[in-house]
Ligand binder design. Structure first.
Ligand SMILES: *Cc1c(COP(=O)(O)O)cnc(C)c1O
Length: 425
């Protein structure tokens, strides 16, 4: 469900034509739909309304201040993975009590900043991190609330680069050692055990891997309680997928997911912390660009656009599929032909789509890369000294630029010559 549709022959975000945004902002740009973000958050949150819970939106999916403001105003907490993301939360005055901190490499500085802000929970990912957190908290005269990320050794069956819950993945501590590490944590000064935590991967579209993992977590919670360790919450991680394709990758509805959670964990009487990212932001955004050339070589068609891998790296990094839609609605009987949609960056991996059946496209046409709201703009960069892609938030018939384009002059100005270098006169 999203709010990107053709109206009067032009693709719109809610009531705003993407062609109009292109005229005013230039291309490429990301456009987010406030109504879609709102709907996704509310449907997910409502699925858990019967039980104590906090939805901590995983802001690494899309951390634009305007997106965070919209979601936190609706009642979202935040899952952060760096001091930088904490800074984004603090800039919006999100209370520490609504923030959980994940990630395998928290530095002393990040721990201090998070303790200082009084965050709800550190999701600790290793024994060395646990000890360091104990020391940092004691130095500050504080107690760090923790849950330990346990790796339930479940294969989420998703893409290699977003599978996180197997033994060989770098995240969390092993299930086999969990009881022992919890006992160690409970005895450490400066540490207060609050919950258990897991996150098995991303873009998971069936309930089975979650159910297997939650079952293991339920058994763990029971054992920990028997050992006298109080567990107040279970952090279920994120990971529910979105329909990039729309045929074989349709995720279960949030109500079914929540019902399964309650079936497996309900008897524990715990609070649920859930960390969805992609599910909230994924199909709330599109990336719009313009065709620069159409090139035909040896039976191959390349649609060369101004959309580079620096703007959206998902196709090349994860072999991700994104639908490509012409902004001008194609005629219903338009012939389809196979083409690669590529960018101008000097890399073979610089593409948005390969061997795709597309309606006719010509120089100057606008195209939209769909379902680009999560892990899109946050991974954008300026490789090839390409301007940093702007972001636009649409609400009804209004739109606002919520991150301006960083142009070449601004990017160049970030570099400095060393003091011993003199500019040529
Ligand atoms: C990335 C991440 C999430 C969010 O994952 P999605 O697939 O976007 O829902 C949640 N928790 C942790 C610890 C993560 O690293």
């Amino acid at each position: 469900m999203d709010f990107f549709d053709y109206k009067d022959g032009v693709l719109h975000a809610e009531d705003v034509s993407l062609a109009r945004i292109a005229d005013e902002v230039g291309t490429p740009f990301y456009a987010y739909s406030a109504a879609t973000l709102t709907r996704h958050f509310q449907v997910f949150d409502a699925a858990f309304s019967k039980w104590p819970h906090l939805v901590c939106y995983a802001m690494k999916a899309n951390s634009n201040q305007a997106v965070l403001k919209l979601l936190t105003d609706l009642g979202a907490g935040l899952d952060i993975v760096s001091g930088g993301e904490l800074a984004r939360a603090k800039a919006l005055e999100v209370p520490g009590g609504r923030i959980v901190f994940s990630g395998v490499g928290k530095t002393d500085e990040e721990m201090r900043a998070a303790l200082d802000h009084g965050i709800r929970c550190f999701n600790v990912e290793s024994v060395p991190e646990l000890h360091r957190l104990s020391e940092v908290a004691q130095e500050m005269g504080k107690t760090a609330p923790v849950s330990i990320r346990v790796n339930p050794d479940v294969d989420a069956g998703t893409h290699e680069k977003i599978n996180t819950g197997r033994k060989a993945d770098k995240f969390g501590i092993s299930y086999a050692r969990a009881r022992q590490v919890y006992a160690e944590a409970a005895a450490l000064p400066g540490i207060a055990v609050r919950g258990v935590d897991m996150h098995i991967g991303s873009q998971i579209t069936t309930l089975a891997p979650f159910e297997a993992a939650f079952g293991r977590m339920a058994a763990l919670v029971e054992d920990l309680r028997k050992a006298g360790i109080a567990i107040r919450h279970v952090d279920l991680g994120g990971g529910l997928g979105v329909p990039y394709h729309g045929d074989n990758d349709i995720p279960p509805p949030p109500e079914e997911y929540a019902a399964m959670v309650e079936r497996v964990l309900g008897s524990l009487d715990v609070e649920y912390v859930i960390e969805p990212g992609r599910l909230i932001a994924g199909n709330a955004g599109v990336l719009v660009g313009r065709v620069i050339y159409v090139k035909r070589e040896e039976g191959h068609t390349f649609i060369i656009t101004d959309l580079g891998m620096n703007d959206l790296i998902r196709p090349t990094l994860y072999e991700a599929f994104h639908h490509i839609r012409p902004v001008k609605e194609p005629a219903p009987d338009a012939p389809l032909a196979q083409a690669d949609v590529v960018g101008p960056v000097c890399e073979t991996g610089d593409y948005m789509a390969r061997a795709r059946m597309l309606p006719p496209l010509a120089r100057g046409d606008l195209v939209a890369v769909m379902t680009a709201g999560a892990y899109g703009a946050v991974q954008s960069g300026t490789y090839n000294t390409r301007p940093l892609v702007p972001e636009v938030l649409v609400r009804g018939g209004d739109f606002a630029v919520v991150r301006p384009r960083l142009d070449a002059e601004q990017i160049v100005a970030l570099d400095k010559l060393a003091p011993w270098q003199v500019r040529n006169p």
